[in-house]
Design a binder for this molecule. Structure first.
Ligand code: HEC
Ligand code: HEC
Length: 216
């Protein structure tokens, strides 16, 4: 007896040849934001409205930015944070004029150009705190979006230069190679940069602030 097997995809296309089963259908729904999984830019193509898509792409990218690996170095005060719950840095240290500490307590007296395995001290070239204008702790995705676009607060960068920073900066890269005992950032550096690029291509629209004073 011959059983006729019709793959599901064949029912949806007019001519169904041997290659029909390899046709990948565009996604119909945005997959849920699962813990530990960063969604890809392509997942957002289901959002037809360009501005809505742009906003959603930024919110997805902000899941990485607000994770402890990034946020611990982007505080809104003078102390770095550490660990998964972004507790105050122990021992107490302060940012100093350049974000590299003060004379008696430079970041580089403990943090090297790479992770120190035995001492459990994280490291990457140029280890220092992000300036306060680039603070993310305590801010909403809408706030972070506005300040990232603002050359007065983002280090004088154009949007293209911003993408380049996401793609190539050594401190950003550390987020996915943080050393033993620390969870890596969500997704990959390339995937984050792709989300940021897609956000810009769709108009670099910022999420709507949650509070009236949100977009400061
Ligand atoms: C006296 C040594 C020392 C100095 C000085 C120091 N750190 Fe640290 N730092 C550490 C140690 C040790 C850890 C690891 C703590 C742990 O995870 O157990 C750490 C962890 C961190 C982390 C946490 C990374 C993460 O995601 O968990 C950040 C961020 C950080 N330091 C930034 C700085 C900055 C910025 C400076 C300078 C302003 C600085 N540190 C100065 C010893 C130091
Ligand atoms: C060791 C500290 C440190 C860590 C960890 C860190 N950053 Fe930063 N970040 C900085 C410093 C310092 C600057 C300012 C450098 C500059 O402007 O060139 C900065 C600036 C930036 C900027 C520039 C524009 C702006 O307005 O903020 C972006 C984007 C950025 N970081 C992304 C990230 C991401 C994403 C992560 C995590 C994957 C991360 N950073 C982790 C220290 C850090």
């Amino acid at each position: 007896m011959r059983v006729l097997f019709i793959p599901a995809a064949c029912m949806l296309v007019f001519a169904c040849g041997p290659s029909a089963t390899t046709v990948s259908m565009p996604p119909k729904f945005l997959p849920e934001a699962a813990p530990g999984v960063l969604r890809a830019p392509g997942d957002f193509s289901v959002i037809a409205d360009k501005s809505d898509r742009s906003r959603a792409l930024f919110v997805e990218a902000s899941r990485v930015l607000l994770g402890p690996r990034c946020a611990n170095c982007h505080p809104n005060d003078d102390s770095p944070r550490q660990g998964e719950f972004s507790t105050l840095h122990d021992p107490p240290v302060t940012r100093g004029p350049e974000g590299t500490g003060v004379v008696a307590m430079q970041c580089s007296s403990c943090h090297q150009g790479e992770n120190a395995k035995l001492a459990h001290v994280p490291g990457a070239p140029g280890w220092r705190l992000a300036p306060k204008s680039m603070a993310w702790i305590g801010k909403s995705p809408a706030d972070i979006c506005e300040q990232l676009k603002d050359p007065a607060r983002n280090g004088g960068r154009t949007l293209a230069q911003l993408v380049e920073h996401f793609e190539h900066d050594a401190l950003v890269a550390w987020g996915w190679a943080p050393g033993e005992g620390r969870a890596a950032s969500l997704g990959s550096q390339a995937q984050l940069a792709a989300l940021v690029s897609a956000w810009i291509e769709a108009g670099a629209v910022c999420p709507t602030p949650v509070s009236p004073e949100g977009a400061k």
